[in-house]
Design a protein around this ligand. Structure first.
Ligand code: FES
Length: 124
């Protein structure tokens, strides 16, 4: 028997921009503890091994930050707070149900562009 795959991967944007930058960033004074908060909750719930959390840079949804993406499922959660993270862990990761009210607006998370189409757009 091999080492089991994770059930989920959590990708948490940890991009921090200096004050005055044109784009907001996901890590501000108010939100800088959310990565550690999430990691500690995963450990407390006993699911850290099955749901690794990965720090990322900008995922280009800055105006909706703080954000995190859960795979599989391509689920982008936005406007994160500790309370939202608690529900996402309990209802999505443990319970298996997406917390729809925290998911990014469909206008900001449209279907992916097929890579062959993207290549043509880029002149490749
Ligand atoms: S800074 Fe987090 S999505 Fe851009």
């Amino acid at each position: 028997m091999g080492i089991p795959q994770p059930t989920f991967y959590i990708f948490k944007c940890e991009q921090s921009a200096p004050p005055g930058m044109p784009k907001p960033s996901c890590v501000t004074e108010d939100s800088k503890g959310l990565f550690q908060y999430t990691a500690q909750k995963l450990m407390q719930e006993g699911i850290m091994m099955g749901t690794p959390i990965v720090r990322t840079s900008c995922m280009n949804r800055c105006s909706s930050g703080p954000i995190m993406l859960i795979e599989p499922g391509h689920t982008m959660y936005v406007g994160l707070t500790e309370e939202k993270i608690d529900r996402i862990i309990a209802e999505h990761l443990i319970g298996g149900n997406v917390v729809e009210e925290y998911v990014i607006d469909a206008e900001l998370w449209d279907a992916p562009i097929p890579l062959d189409v993207m290549r043509k757009q880029m002149g490749k």
